[in-house]
Ligand binder design. Structure first.
Ligand code: URA
Length: 218
């Protein structure tokens, strides 16, 4: 009998296991949850994930006058943010992130899996020209095989992105390992670490196809 090697999560892998996140995620996993509710829950969870991924943004102070008097008030310092959505499911996380950080710029990257080579092929990419001067948050709900998001981050690095973080909803051990083989410098923030991938590359227990559940395409 062979035993599966124990998965040891890397140090820069964070599970945001807040009760609100876990509760909403359970509702999302339920196959009877309708599309509109699924989308709303994803938007709500992305606020909570966004809160965590932005927790250590560097701060400075700014002199302001409140109606009562002067104050040196805290304000986010320096580099601005870009949020890059990996199409199409990334758009579900993007909405909530933008609610939280409305001044962030937005990029999109689209990849499909070549049916013969099974490798990701880029079909669309548009990111801010000054991406190298911004912190980059990549959003993709399902870290399954990790191949597409690893390719997306590779392309962003080629465009000059430096301080990159990845936000996912669910992560599989296989995807984390694959992604961090190529991008050990990119911290991952996720709501849950699931068991494994099935033979079709779906996360188990997962929630099914995030794009289909979000957009009602199945
Ligand atoms: N993509 C999905 O949408 N779901 C999975 O389980 C894996 C990849």
């Amino acid at each position: 009998m062979t035993t599966k090697p124990k998965f040891i999560a890397p140090a820069n892998f964070t599970i945001v296991n807040h009760p609100l996140v876990l509760h909403k995620l359970t509702l999302m996993r339920d196959k009877n949850t309708p599309t509109t509710v699924f989308r709303q829950l994803l938007r709500e969870i992305s606020l909570l994930l966004g809160y965590e991924v932005s927790r250590d943004l560097p701060m400075t102070t700014q002199h302001i006058e409140t109606p009562v008097g002067p104050m040196e008030a805290p304000i986010i310092k320096g580099k601005k943010l870009v949020i890059v959505s990996v199409l199409r499911a990334g758009n579900g996380l993007l909405e909530g992130m933008l609610d939280l950080i409305p001044s962030a710029r937005v990029g999109h990257i689209g990849l499909y899996r070549d049916p013969v080579t099974l490798q990701p092929v880029e079909y669309y990419m548009k990111v801010p020209a000054d991406i190298s001067e911004r912190r980059t948050i990549v959003v993709d709900p399902m870290l399954a095989t990790g191949n597409s998001v690893a390719a997306a981050v590779r392309r962003l690095k080629e465009k000059g992105a430096k301080e990159i973080r990845l936000v996912t909803l669910l992560s599989a051990p296989e995807g984390i390992t694959r992604f961090h083989q190529e991008h050990p410098d990119v911290p991952i923030y996720t709501a849950a670490l699931d068991s494994h991938l099935n033979e079709h590359g779906y996360i188990v227990p997962g929630l099914g196809d995030a794009g289909d559940r979000m957009f009602g395409t199945k």
